[in-house]
Design a protein around this ligand. Structure first.
Ligand code: ASP
Ligand code: MG
Length: 406
């Protein structure tokens, strides 16, 4: 017997038949003798619709009322799933966030969970009752409903699993696991059996939209074993777990990419102490996140070029800030380029193995792809390249690291 949390996303509860399918899966776990809590999202499309209603009334809406509106999608699905379970002969009841309660801070529309009161549901689960809990929502310090940011039901599920000390948190979704790279780009991408929290965090923050980033942070912090799997098949998914649980570590576990990048080059900036601070200070003040940075070799004559990346959405603001400060910064020219993509190779294996970056550079050079900027961390090497080479680069790297499925 195990205690498990099962989470179902929007497509998995997208219509009545699918909700009945979820009830069947939950029933199977109950009949196998497990204690079960279920976390559900709103039916697919519902949250978008609710967000849009708020925007139509007021583009700059009161976040507390926004939360009152957008949290309702999950109320519908918990009630329907509890009914479907009862129809299937399973003892079940629904729980809104405030009924447990799931306590959060007061940051409406992007609140963080602080505590979850579990005494009552633990008692009922031990008596065989399934707890069907609304994802995405919580209760703020002033007793108003909060929401956790888009995709927040993943975080609800992991937080509940941590609070319940569950043996596993199964995240059922419309993909059957975590892949070595985007299968739409590489047909021979492989599903991973296991991936470490760190690697998953890197790929989640690089835009692989399988899980909300916060849910992975939470799982890592509380050591919750999370399995991503399909709600439409019985195949095992991908286990996200501690490094110690992975016996055969792969050198590289995946290739991620992000199209949400733009490059800025400041030509002929004065090459003297304090210049970087005077450039990045105003960008920080304007809330622009700078990611990769390179400073080129000096031109001689005390000037150098400085290149860095920001997100595409921040590009306009960054250019504005730097143009306004041109007098003080004293650069000759500003060149902006949003026709770029960041491609990253991720793997905890590179902590202990040299040569991972070199393999990447060679594979790209063999395809004639020019690397514009490079950045590295302990478990990741990223390069910035021209956007039109995205697919070519990812395929070449996938092959170079021996990840192609047989
Ligand atoms: N329903 C919410 C959303 O669409 C939360 C979730 O699905 O995880 O963002
Ligand atoms: Mg989701």
């Amino acid at each position: 017997m195990a205690r498990i949390v099962m989470k179902f996303g929007g497509t998995s509860v997208g219509d009545i038949d699918r909700i009945k399918n979820v009830a069947r899966r939950v029933k199977a776990e109950v009949e196998a003798g497990n204690e079960v809590a279920v976390v559900v999202s709103a039916m697919s499309g519902e949250t978008n619709k609710l967000v849009d209603f708020c925007r139509q009334i007021a583009p700059l809406h009161d976040a507390r009322e926004y939360d009152a509106v957008v949290s309702t999608g999950e109320q519908v699905t918990i009630g329907l799933l509890a009914l479907a379970l009862q129809e299937a002969g399973v003892n079940a009841r629904s729980w809104m966030g405030w009924q447990l309660p799931i306590r959060t801070d007061g940051a409406h529309s992007k609140a963080r969970i602080t505590t979850i009161e579990t005494d009552t549901i633990i008692e009922r689960m031990s008596q065989g009752q399934v707890a069907v809990v609304a994802g995405f929502q919580g209760l703020g310090p002033d007793n108003r409903v909060t929401t956790l940011g888009r995709g927040g039901s993943d975080t609800s599920a992991v937080a509940l699993a941590a609070a319940l000390k569950a043996d596993i948190c199964d995240i059922y979704t419309d993909v059957d696991g975590v892949y070595t790279t985007d299968p739409r780009i590489v047909s021979r991408a492989r599903k991973l059996d296991k991936i470490t929290y760190e690697e998953m965090l890197e790929s989640a923050s690089l835009g692989a939209k399988v899980l909300q980033v916060r849910s992975v942070e939470m799982a890592m912090k509380h050591n919750v074993r999370v399995q991503v799997r399909s709600s439409f098949s019985d195949a095992p998914g991908t286990l996200i777990c501690d490094e110690d649980e992975i016996v055969e570590k792969e050198l590289v576990s995946g290739i991620a990419y992000s199209r949400d990048e733009a490059k800025i080059t400041l030509v002929k900036v004065a090459d003297r102490p304090g210049v970087a601070a005077s450039i990045f200070g105003p960008l920080t003040d304007a809330n622009v996140n700078v990611d990769m940075i390179v400073q080129n070799v000096s031109h001689g004559g005390g000037a150098t070029d400085l290149t860095f990346t920001v997100t595409k959405t921040d590009l306009e603001r960054a250019v504005q800030v730097l143009t306004d400060a041109r007098e003080t910064l004293g650069y000759q020219e500003l060149v902006a380029d949003s026709n770029v993509v960041k491609v990253s190779v991720i793997g905890v294996g590179m902590r202990s193995h040299a040569g991972v970056a070199q393999t990447m550079f060679q594979a790209l050079s063999a395809k004639g792809i020019n690397i514009q900027v490079i950045s590295t961390s302990e478990i990741k090497v990223s390069v910035l390249i021209a956007e039109e080479y995205t697919e070519l680069a990812i395929r070449a790297l996938h092959t170079a690291y021996g990840m192609d499925a047989a």
